[in-house]
Design a protein around this ligand. Structure first.
Ligand code: NDP
Length: 284
């Protein structure tokens, strides 16, 4: 078996074309969706992510602002900017690119973002609402992963889903979304005993670990749907996922590539959340 490739670039383009149209409709009613992105420090990967997010806004006809700060900036400067953006009617979403330098309290920074502009969905209110199945901003990466299932006509209902990774931004919200969608969910992490045995039970396997090619073909149940969230830079400069694509594609029924899988969908769903936030202001 050779797996069907779930193409995040193609799905992202399709969804973004719809967002562009909606943005134009909103702009005609006086509201152009607006996103503010804050970057602290000089992390090369973060700079690329921020640039991609700002470019994606421009392509979709969204308004955007970008604020960059030196790694040793006084956190108060960033808190003041967030307060200003919270009060700015042009801005419907505020994103602080993670990770922040060590002298920042990242939770306090995220909590400073107004709940109605928390388009990353990382604030405690959003996390609680997601857990309760209430309306909320769904964190962009797991939201993007769920869109693959929808697009490919794969229902998680009744399936065994195994997620490797329990971070607040990927693993935990992914588990919540799959549980709400009717899957039976197992969350694995660095303390899990016999990871392979868990993975082999999975009809849906999500890898969000940050370890290059850790999930190999012998760890995957034949016919499983494999979502690779990992983004790892190899010594030769190339990107690879947490899944060993070459061996796993021979066993899985569907697989996301890296690059070109979950990554572009994360940015796409950031646009979706920003659009939703702008729509809410119109209906308020
Ligand atoms: P974190 O480092 O926050 O979490 C990694 C998780 O993997 C932890 O729960 C950790 O367990 C678990 N883990 C580590 N080693 C093992 C192991 N040997 N066996 C089982 N579990 C293990 O990472 P993130 O969730 O932030 O990101 C994961 C990956 O996804 C990274 O490569 C990141 O770059 C990528 N990413 C991609 C995005 C995209 O848009 N495609 C967006 C966000 C992240 P424990 O909790 O016990 O330490």
């Amino acid at each position: 078996m050779t797996a069907h490739i779930l193409d995040g670039n193609a799905l992202g383009q399709k969804l973004r074309a719809g967002f562009k149209q909606k943005a134009e409709e909103l702009a005609a009613q006086g509201v152009r969706p607006g996103l503010a992105v804050i970057l602290v420090g000089e992390d090369a990967a973060s700079q690329v992510y921020v640039r991609n997010k700002v470019n994606a806004c421009a392509q979709a006809g969204f308004y955007s602002e970008k604020y960059t700060y030196a790694p040793d900036v006084d956190p108060q400067v960033v808190f003041d900017k967030i307060a200003e953006l919270n009060a700015d009617a042009k801005i419907h979403g505020i994103l602080v690119q993670l990770p922040l330098p060590r002298h920042f309290n990242a939770d306090a920074v995220l909590d400073a973002i107004a709940a109605e502009k928390d388009v990353d969905g990382f604030r405690a209110e959003n996390v609680g609402a997601l857990m309760q199945g209430q309306p909320c901003f769904i964190p962009c990466t797991p939201y993007g992963a769920m869109k693959f299932f929808e697009e490919a006509g794969i229902s998680p209902r009744g399936k065994e889903a195994v997620i490797v990774g329990r971070s607040n931004i990927v693993g935990k919200p992914m588990a919540m979304l799959l549980m709400h969608a009717g899957a039976t969910v197992t969350v694995c992490h660095s303390q899990t005993k016999d990871l392979k045995a868990h993975c082999l039970r999975a009809d849906i396997l999500v890898a969000a670990i940050g370890k290059p090619k850790m999930i190999t073909g012998d760890m995957v149940k034949p016919g499983a749907v494999v979502i690779d969230v990992g983004i790892n830079r190899m010594p030769d400069g190339k990107l690879c996922g947490d899944v060993d694509f070459e061996s796993v594609k021979e066993v899985a029924s569907f697989i996301t590539p890296v690059p070109g899988g979950v990554g572009p969908m994360t940015i796409t769903m950031l646009l979706a959340n920003t659009l939703e936030s702008a729509e809410r202001t119109l209906n308020a």
